[in-house]
Ligand binder design. Structure first.
Ligand SMILES: Nc1nc2[nH]cnc2c(=O)[nH]1
Length: 368
């Protein structure tokens, strides 16, 4: 083996480990962020919070905290097209125009705002059991969108993991509170029902479109691309929420909501503040996983946080785990391992293909 070939192989291996490390970090961000946001979101509603637009606004409004990593990881914008070198050819990857990027960020941001508002309505109007049941459709929607929009192969392992996690989320509904939240009329219940299905489909659509934008337009795999996507879509989404907050008249009720909050004013502000931070953390993980793995995997990890919440409640509040919840956690774990194993097989296949193409000595940007 030539020394240069050995160097390239080592470099490819190090890229491979970097990818898996980045996947692990994104999984932790998404699980932790989504878990904390869900627990605190529940607390907000239980303590007397009932502003749909405020609950939606906090899902995107803390984007300015991302300016800190943005300054460190910002890649200088290339003026020239990026070139990828092989020994035989020099491929040119053209950069998308600013107009194209703006259109992508604004439309995704508006879709995200729509999803978030439906997500908040569902949580406010539905009992936990119905909410879990309906949210369980999220992965099914994503499998369909991934197939049609992202041309993903739905293998037996992926299908197995989708079915297991859907069942796991469905099981969580058993034994949960089935009574309508106080003050929820039949009409509001129906609205909550439709909105939760809409949010499940909307979230899956957003993730698949984001993957499409990364693969077909942005064509780069860096942390700065994740930050760009998260910051710019959050700006658009926050803008929509502020309009909604004023247009709905909820703005005028916020003072009363804060004063009526059972644990006090400071607790009200702190709850919203930490919900907002947790959503940013979760969203960075969510976008990062769409970029490094796929929209389906990202949605899968979002859903995984559902059965993990009872475990967190057991550790933090010493709540009892019943048999059904244990089953739900075991199914989710099996589904997770199944999905991860598919990723591993895909990775091995990719490495084999790269090795084969070593004969024409293809070298990625980082390894030249
Ligand atoms: N519908 C929906 N919206 C979200 N926003 C952030 N996470 C989720 C999720 O799991 N489902």
């Amino acid at each position: 083996m030539r020394i240069s070939e050995l160097g390239t192989r080592r470099c490819l291996e190090s890229e491979h480990w970097k990818k898996w490390l980045s996947v692990a970090v994104n999984v932790v961000f998404l699980l932790l962020g989504q878990g904390v946001a869900s627990l605190l979101g529940k607390f907000y509603y239980e303590q007397g919070g009932n502003s749909i637009w405020m609950a939606t606004l906090v899902q995107s409004a803390a984007f300015p905290i991302l300016f800190i990593p943005f300054l460190f990881f910002r890649a200088p914008r290339e003026e020239e097209p990026t070139t990828t070198t092989t020994t035989t050819t020099t491929a040119t990857i053209s950069q998308p125009s600013v107009t194209t990027l703006c259109l992508i960020y604004i439309s995704l941001g508006m879709l995200i705002a729509g999803d978030n508002v439906m997500f908040s309505v569902g949580q406010l109007y539905l009992p936990a059991s119905t909410y879990f049941l309906l949210s369980a459709t999220q992965l099914g929607f994503n499998a369909v969108f991934s197939f049609f929009i992202n041309s993903e192969k739905i293998t037996i392992l992926i299908l197995n993991s989708v079915i297991l996690l859907t069942l796991s989320a469905t099981l969580l509904a058993v034994g949960e509170d089935t009574s309508k939240p106080a003050g929820v009329t039949k009409e509001k219940y129906a609205i909550g029902f439709v909105c939760t299905i809409g949010a499940s489909a909307g979230y899956a659509l957003v993730l698949s479109l984001m993957q499409l934008a990364f693969e077909k337009v942005i064509k780069k795999e860096t942390f700065s691309v994740v930050l760009d996507m998260q910051i710019y879509t959050s700006i658009a989404s926050t803008f929509v929420c502020i309009i909604g907050l004023f247009a709905s008249g909820e703005w005028g009720d916020l003072k009363g909501e804060m004063e009526g909050f059972k644990t006090g004013n400071v607790s009200y502000v702190m709850t919203l503040f930490w919900i907002a931070i947790a959503w940013q953390m979760s969203s960075v993980g969510m976008v990062g996983l769409v970029l490094t793995v796929s929209s389906l995997f990202s949605n899968f990890i979002s859903m995984l946080s559902l059965p993990l919440v009872p475990i967190a409640a057991m550790v933090i509040y010493h709540e009892k785990m019943n048999g059904v919840k244990i089953m739900s956690v075991l199914m989710a774990t099996w589904g997770f391992v199944s999905h991860l194993y598919q990723q591993y097989l895909d990775d091995v296949n990719k490495s084999d293909e790269t090795r084969e193409s070593d004969s024409i000595f293809h070298v990625s940007d980082e390894c030249t």
